[in-house]
Design a protein around this ligand. Structure first.
Ligand code: NDP
Length: 241
């Protein structure tokens, strides 16, 4: 499946796993559409990557911006062969800490955002008999205190992906990637001080580089169409839970 003409749409491409994945896939000859809200970052990345990389400002919680992005991908790149639902926020806090807007933002971004992107790009994926990759988390398997809503979004991604897999096979492959701790800016956006310190400390002592996950995703995509790596859990070796 390593095909130099394949087009990959990556949400959340402005940092972390999405940025690393863009580099990895371009290295394998993909054309990439980089989606995120921070336009200057994805524009700079697209210039660096070349090879037809395009930057499209899109907010996965805003369906109109996703529809506009899909139109550009169709028009400028000929449609998506691969869609990677990677955009996400982890605004962890005790459930009773009145972080209602953070809780809502996680559901709207991580779960509903992925659903919106998939629904909008589904015709392109059907036309190309393509691949859908949903970035879940180890937090879609375990649910520690303080992670109630984040874990709910990732358990939600897992259940939704499994039903999609059954519904869309054999034309579209559905893969779920469940990373353990990855060294990215994800925890820097937490607004609950104690949760932020704990998450940053965990990242600084346990996390693997984003390139490790990018390589796993690229490997999964490179498998022949007759098989699908449906669900991949990847922890740093030092991570216990
Ligand atoms: P980053 O914070 O580095 O990346 C998150 C990306 O999501 C950014 O590019 C951000 O771009 C984008 N994003 C956030 N909200 C929106 C939105 N409303 N619309 C469009 N894009 C949005 O973190 P990671 O790279 O770590 O996270 C990527 C994915 O990996 C997430 O789904 C996360 O839950 C998951 N994950 C991360 C782990 C970790 O330890 N880091 C572990 C397990 C899973 P912008 O702000 O420019 O819009």
């Amino acid at each position: 499946m390593s095909n130099p003409n394949r087009v990959a749409v990556i949400t959340g491409a402005s940092s972390g796993i999405g940025e690393a994945l863009a580099r990895e896939l371009v290295g394998e000859g993909y054309h990439v559409a980089l989606l995120a809200r921070r336009l200057e970052r994805i524009v700079a990345l697209s210039h660096e990557l070349g090879n037809g990389a395009i930057a499209i400002q899109a907010d996965v919680t805003d369906r109109e911006s996703v529809v506009a992005a899909a139109a550009r991908v169709q028009h400028e790149l000929g449609g998506a062969d691969v869609v990677i639902n990677n955009a996400g926020v982890m605004l962890t806090a005790p459930f009773g800490s009145e972080k209602r807007s953070e809780h809502r933002q996680m559901v709207e971004t991580n779960l509903l955002g992925a659903m919106t992107v998939t629904e909008v790009f589904l015709d392109q994926l059907r036309a190309k008999k393509g691949d859908l990759v949903n970035i879940s988390s180890v937090a879609g398997r375990v649910a520690p205190a303080g992670f109630a809503v984040y874990s709910a979004t990732k358990w939600g991604i897992n259940g939704w992906s499994e039903a999609l897999r059954v519904e869309l096979q054999p034309d579209i492959r559905v893969m779920v990637i469940e990373p353990g701790a990855v060294a990215t800016e994800l925890s820097d956006h937490i607004t609950h001080d104690e949760s932020k310190r704990a998450a940053q400390d965990y990242r600084d002592n346990v996390a693997m580089p984003a390139t490790d996950i990018a390589q796993v995703i690229a490997f999964a995509l490179s498998r022949p169409k007759r098989i699908t790596l449906n669900e991949i859990l990847v922890r740093p070796t030092v991570q216990a839970m």
